[in-house]
Design a protein around this ligand. Structure first.
Ligand code: ATP
Length: 383
């Protein structure tokens, strides 16, 4: 079967032709093939060839005037060129020395390369060679599953080999509204404890991508009883408002949902499970504290420096002032510097207090310009 490739993806033809001239067959594989069939026109360029990636990437980089980096231990290469990034891999097999660990890779055929993938819908390749440009290589029935809206793993040991595939499956199910095939679904329930074995960095990466999909993804985590395994509270406990993501313009809502889902949990647990970054840890602690505050000024001053995700969390927790704060955020800048306040005759702790007061007055709309600030300081001086 041939797939129609939109003309906006002219680059694919170019890549195929560059390979073709040297007798090399290059394929587009995985997610981007799925996305083209689903009608998307913006895709990742993930390429595979049975010819070593190093050779393929060098040839492509030469012709496209790009810069190439090799990752020999993974048999992959990355080309950076004027229009973006191209990932090239040698067709490879994977071997799991221990379940849930990272696999070792060995060169292989295209078929074997597809066989190591997570789901049938992600296990297709498109030939880019001029002889058969656009021909679909689909050994596991991914096309039909895609049309039917079904997520099906490739073999029953799949989730034992790599438990993160469970989270990946949920991600695609949430994103496309697809259902799990029966056996695959049974194995989610059977093999889910494997999620306890994966490293913090892998858990972090997959959970982050999953929470990006928003509430539908969290509902699936609840449905498959995965929330406790990830250190999350149940959905009815967190009860996130549907509109928060929009109100706070969160293009990636992961951290918003993450703070909510872990609200009741010890920070040390989150550090262990998710390798929290220092800034994230601090933001979570600060957000939790603000919810306990009562004084408006104290709340406003504490919200300084918080990310939109943390402000959205406060909103979800009933601190509705955070929405007002978010909307005004661009106007909330005190223009008078500490030095200027010193020149006006103030010193020590007074300076910080004046800056805070000015910030709060900006928030209240009482002070709007630098002249307003100066007038207010003058008045303060006169007592
Ligand atoms: P997205 O659209 O969210 O980027 P994607 O399918 O492109 O999703 P990637 O993480 O970029 O996902 O992975 C690219 C491809 O690599 C997948 O489509 C799949 O074929 C394969 N893959 C990725 N992770 C795994 C995994 N853990 N196990 C098996 N195959 C995987």
């Amino acid at each position: 079967m041939f797939i129609r490739i939109p003309s906006s993806l002219e680059i694919l033809k170019r890549i195929g032709a560059i390979g073709g001239k040297r007798g090399i067959r290059i394929y587009l594989v995985g997610g981007p093939v799925r996305d083209i069939i689903l009608g998307k026109t913006s895709i990742d360029l993930d390429l595979v060839s049975e010819t070593p990636a190093q050779q393929v990437a060098s040839i492509l980089a030469d012709e496209l005037k790009g810069k190439v980096t090799f990752f020999p231990e993974f048999l992959t290469a990355r080309i950076e060129w004027e229009e973006g990034t191209i990932d090239v891999a040698t067709a490879r097999r994977e071997y799991y020395p221990v379940p849930a660990a990272l696999p070792e890779v060995i060169p292989a055929t295209m078929r074997e390369d597809l066989k190591r993938r997570d789901f049938t819908i992600n296990a297709m390749a498109l030939s880019l060679h001029p002889d058969n440009f656009g021909e679909l290589f689909d050994p596991f029935g991914g096309y039909e599953d895609l049309k039917e809206g079904v997520i099906r793993f490739l073999h029953p040991k799949s989730f034992v080999d790599d438990p993160t595939r469970i989270l990946r499956g949920l991600r695609f199910s949430a994103r496309f509204g697809f259902r799990f095939e029966e056996t695959t679904e049974r194995h989610i329930k059977k093999d889910k404890d494997g999620l306890l074995l994966i490293s913090g960095e892998r858990r972090r990466k997959e959970v982050r991508l999953l929470l990006r999909e928003g509430l539908p993804a969290i509902r699936l985590l609840e449905k498959y009883e995965l929330l406790p395994l990830l250190g999350f509270s149940s959905l009815h406990c967190i009860n996130p408002p549907e509109d928060a993501q929009k109100l706070f313009s969160l293009s990636d809502p992961w951290f918003f949902y993450f703070i909510l889902l872990t609200w009741e949990k010890e920070i040390s647990l989150l550090e262990r499970l998710y390798c929290l970054r220092k800034e994230e840890r601090e933001e979570i602690i600060k957000t939790r504290k603000i919810v306990e505050l009562e004084d408006e000024k104290e709340i406003v001053l504490s919200m300084r420096g918080l990310s939109p995700a943390a402000l959205a969390t406060l909103y979800a927790k009933g601190v509705t002032l955070s929405l007002d704060f978010f909307k005004k955020i661009d106007t909330l800048k005190v223009e008078t510097s500490g030095g200027e306040i010193v020149q006006k005759g103030f010193q020590g702790r007074e300076i910080g207090r004046i800056l805070e007061e000015l910030f709060y007055l900006r928030f209240k709309g009482i002070v709007r310009t630098k002249e307003d600030e100066e007038r207010w300081i003058e008045r303060l001086k006169k007592g």
